[in-house]
Ligand binder design. Structure first.
Ligand code: UD1
Ligand code: UDP
Length: 370
């Protein structure tokens, strides 16, 4: 069975690492050989946003790199669509595998669906119900083009049901949980906080990159003003996404970076090392909200809503939007609450699976059990 995996952006490399490894395990254990071809659209291209993940997470080298670097959504998605179609016509895979909700996800799903190639969507069913987010458009479109649909949570299954999708849905858990469990010990062994001059629980880890924040001066200014308040009491370390760096320059807000501990984007192992020992995480990232939860670190989310509602319902993730006063208030709240993860003692079931999502995905794909 020939499978083409389409990736393009940082979180997709991490998710694909889990499934690629599970494909190898499946091939080792079974006579049936799954032949995976990795295709990189080129959406993320800096070494620190791309190559480093392939090297560190042992992801097989992409057989195709489309090298598509475009600023606007239409041009980016359109070029990907055209070039993906050419590859699919040449390779004629039995299935296309896509992850998450980026422009690369949508382009892959659309190109394959038009050629009647089954599309498997990993991280299906997530919704923010905010159509202003490019990711929301990508998710909705991709889910309606895909089968099988691999959901990370029961909420995601319900979201699909609400849109009339009821078949070929598998709640397998979250592949990012698989990866987090797999690498946490290695991250602790390999990296020492001293390399960033930080101490255990003595800093806040922050990331900002969402278009809704980076591309709006008032929101960006407000977020960084709040960080400038928080840093008076505790170091704030921030691996800066190239998009945010660029927009801070465009808006002449770079001075707001000065009090913060700004570093280049880091590798996955460095990131989970930084996450595990942080006093709190402040982020607008989807993946990092969940990693905070996996590593039991309180999180403040710099968005007006989240797809990862379970973390909020359980009280360890607080939605702050981009309002400086709210961010500072919620920061004080989490500093005062020493037992944010108390829900665990109530015996609640963890909502993101048991760390074997990737194997379940591969079993379904290999068995064509959909
Ligand atoms: C994309 C995804 C977003 C995901 C994020 C993960 C879409 C619509 N957005 O957002 O869902 O959360 O990836 O990080 O697909 N840039 C570089 N070097 C790089 C990559 C980007 O300099 O290696 C800069 C470029 O100026 C580029 C800008 O960042 O124009 C935005 O990159 P893009 O991939 O369009 O969007 P992200 O914000 O990274
Ligand atoms: N990440 C990383 N280095 C960084 C920032 C993030 O390895 O400098 C990882 C992070 O641990 C998570 C994933 O990238 O696994 C999240 O990607 P991102 O925040 O870019 O996108 P999102 O999840 O919001 O789509």
């Amino acid at each position: 069975m020939k499978i083409i995996t389409v990736v393009g952006a940082r979180p997709q490399f991490i998710k694909a690492a889990a499934v690629s490894r599970a494909i190898h395990r499946y091939n080792d254990a079974n006579r049936r050989i799954l032949h995976e071809i990795i295709l990189h659209t080129g959406q993320h291209y800096d070494k620190k946003m791309s190559d480093v993940f392939f090297e560190q997470l042992d992801i097989p080298e992409p057989e195709y790199n489309l090298g598509i670097v475009e600023k606007n959504h239409g041009a980016m998605t359109g070029k990907m669509l055209e070039q993906l179609e050419a590859v699919l016509l040449e390779e004629r895979p039995d299935m296309l595998l896509v992850y998450g909700d980026t422009n690369s996800t949508l382009a892959g799903a659309l190109a394959a669906a038009k050629l009647h190639i089954p599309v498997a969507h990993v991280e299906a069913g997530l919704r923010s119900y905010n159509r202003k987010m490019p990711e929301e458009i990508n998710r909705v479109m991709t889910d309606h083009l895909s089968a099988p649909l691999f959901c990370p949570t029961q909420t995601a299954v319900r979201n699909l049901n609400k849109e009339g999708i009821s078949q070929h849905i598998y709640n397998v858990g979250d592949v990012m949980y698989d990866v987090a469990l797999n690498y946490r010990a290695k991250a602790s062994e390999k990296y020492d906080l001293g390399q960033w001059s930080l101490e255990e629980h003595g800093y806040v880890l922050c990331t900002v990159h969402r278009a809704e924040n980076s591309d709006h001066k008032t929101r960006l200014q407000s977020i960084f003003s709040a960080l400038n308040e928080i840093v008076i009491g505790i170091p704030v370390v921030l691996p800066l996404h190239p998009r945010t760096r660029k927009m801070l320059g465009v808006y002449e807000l770079e001075y707001l970076l000065e009090p913060l501990h700004i570093i280049e984007p880091v590798s996955y192992l460095e990131m989970i090392r930084l996450e595990m020992s942080a006093k709190a995480i402040i982020t607008d990232s989807g993946g990092i909200q969940k990693e905070a939860y996996f590593h039991k670190v309180p999180c403040l989310t710099l968005r007006d809503e989240t797809e990862w509602v379970e973390t909020v319902e359980q009280g360890c993730n607080k939605i702050c939007g981009a309002n400086a006063a709210v961010i500072c208030e919620k920061w004080k709240e989490i500093c005062q609450d020493t037992d944010l993860f108390r829900f665990e003692n109530k015996g609640d079931v963890l909502p993101y699976g048991n760390g074997a999502a990737a194997d379940l995905i591969v079993d379904v794909i290999a068995g064509n059990g959909y």
